[in-house]
Design a protein around this ligand. Structure first.
Ligand code: 5AD
Ligand code: SF4
Length: 468
């Protein structure tokens, strides 16, 4: 359904939307109001939260990391797997009592869970104390929702796939070193287990000029790295009238002279030879590819609607390894998909052994209402699925440690992002091929790309020291 005021907003375009934020007399006197935002899920959500923060700060809110002292609590949710659901409602339950202390406290749920019909029904019926619910298409509606909030639950969730309104100037980016840049929204792949095409809608690519302009501004501000974001990043442009490929976009982005370019997530189906060449030939495109395989069994890949066979994946994998120097490849794998027999799982393990991935995100299949796989007969017990996950993780961790060990005594270029969480006397950053390194160094290297000698390796990180 296309809701009229959304259409109006889309027609108004950037300038007027900006005007709404900046020239308003906000009723609740937001200048001394604090917001707290918690993000669940993927980088897309992290970046959406940056947009929400930008909007709220342009309304005069200030950010707090302590939800107990805030006036507006926003939970930006994820619907990919069931487990976030309980976390979100558990947390909101704890927030409920805070309303007694602060009657002006507003609670909001947004993001992919808010796009799920069943969740909205549940909120209406069981959680009347949640004040505001807005979907992934409705972030721009937040100022209006706040302005027109009169103490009754307000829900704005449109299942539209229409225009994308751009709020480039309103991001409150978490970092001034590395930045997310959305290049497209939604996904047309319809993998049978995945809820994303339903929560985020059809694929809509941004115009190349807008993307380049945003990146040029980031270069101007001194950013050293950008990550191009999309659920299916290398299908970029397929929905645009003027056909532009992801490789073409990558080349253009490379010419902006941003020191480091990354992109997530790539679908094997859309990975072209041209793309491999562009990555191999442009030193500011980082040699790191996240390439979800999901399963090593052709039977399961077919049931997942992944559109490639194990053999095709391996051919692509080998081509990437051969052509891109020092490339690292990570993957996503689901175990316990309906009708995954032990032989199917063993085929997945074989693929892991063959590819020796630098890392893998592994998941137990989580049935999501509304997806085709939800209705498939699930023959695997929870215990069996957990057992497969443990066996898989053991194998995955072995290879990620192996790939890290190979780096001991090498010198890597590391972009330093901040102080290490675990050890405040260290800083941390990432190598070109996306290995996390903790470094013994002074804080003045934060934000810089420095040469680091790798001194030790663990499964998930490296240790290093500045090379003299
Ligand atoms: N159950 C388990 N894992 C899933 N993923 C997506 N949907 C599901 C689901 N229903 C995983 C896929 C995807 C990653 C982001 O999350 O591996 O690549
Ligand atoms: Fe989901 Fe598949 Fe699209 Fe990835 S490619 S977002 S798994 S439907």
């Amino acid at each position: 359904m296309l809701v009229p005021n959304m259409l109006d907003a889309a027609k108004r375009g950037k300038t007027e939307v900006k005007y709404i934020y900046e020239n308003r007399d906000y009723k609740n006197n937001s200048s001394d109001r604090k917001y707290f935002i918690r993000t669940y899920g993927c980088q897309m959500n992290v970046h959406d939260s940056e947009e929400i923060s930008g909007i709220l700060e342009s309304l005069g809110y200030t950010k707090t990391e302590n939800y107990e002292e805030s006036d507006f609590i926003i939970l930006n949710t994820c619907a990919i797997r069931e487990n976030v659901h309980d976390k979100v409602f558990g947390f909101l339950g704890r927030c409920k009592h805070l309303k007694k202390k602060n009657p002006n406290l507003l609670l909001a749920i947004c993001g992919c869970m808010a796009q799920e019909e069943v969740v909205v029904k549940e909120i209406k019926e069981k959680y009347p104390f949640i004040d505001i619910v807005f979907g992934t298409h409705n972030i721009n509606e937040l100022p209006n929702m706040l302005e027109n909030y009169y103490g009754k639950q307000k829900i704005k969730v449109y299942s539209i796939e229409g225009n994308v309104i751009e709020f480039n100037n309103h991001y409150k980016r978490d970092s001034n070193i590395t930045a997310w840049v959305n290049i497209m929204y939604g996904c047309d792949k319809f993998c049978t287990y995945c809820i994303v095409p339903y929560t985020r809608g059809k694929q809509r690519s941004r115009k190349m000029e807008d993307i380049i302009k945003e990146i040029e501004e980031l270069v101007h501000k001194g950013y050293n790295e950008i990550t191009l974001l999309g659920q299916n990043v290398n299908a970029y442009g397929k929905d645009l009238k003027e056909k532009i490929s992801f490789s073409h976009l990558l080349e253009k982005v490379s010419q902006t002279k941003i020191p480091r370019i990354r992109f997530v997530t790539s679908h094997p189906w859309d990975f072209t030879d041209e793309m491999i060449d562009v990555i191999a030939n442009n030193p500011n495109i980082m040699p790191y590819i996240h390439l979800p395989v999901q399963s090593g069994s052709n039977k399961i890949l077919k049931k997942m609607n992944r559109n490639y066979s194990k053999e095709e994946y391996l051919i692509l994998f080998n081509k990437i390894k051969e052509k891109i120097k020092n490339v690292s490849i990570t993957t996503d794998i689901i175990v316990g998909f309906p009708e995954e027999e032990e032989e199917d799982f063993l085929e997945t393990l074989e693929v892991v052994k063959y590819c020796k991935f630098d890392g893998a995100f592994t998941f137990i299949f989580s049935p999501r209402a509304g997806t085709p796989a939800f209705k498939m007969k699930n023959t695997i017990t929870k215990e069996e699925a957990t057992n497969r996950l443990h066996r898989l993780n053991k194998e995955v961790n072995k290879y990620s440690k192996e790939s890290n060990l190979k780096l001991i005594n090498t010198v890597e270029k590391v972009l330093v992002l901040g102080t290490s969480e675990k050890n405040k006397s260290k800083v941390y950053g990432y190598t070109e091929n996306m290995k996390l390194v903790n470094i013994e160094a002074k804080k003045d290297v934060i934000g810089k790309i420095i040469d680091v000698k790798i001194t030790d390796a663990k499964s998930f990180s490296l240790d290093g020291e500045i090379k003299d």
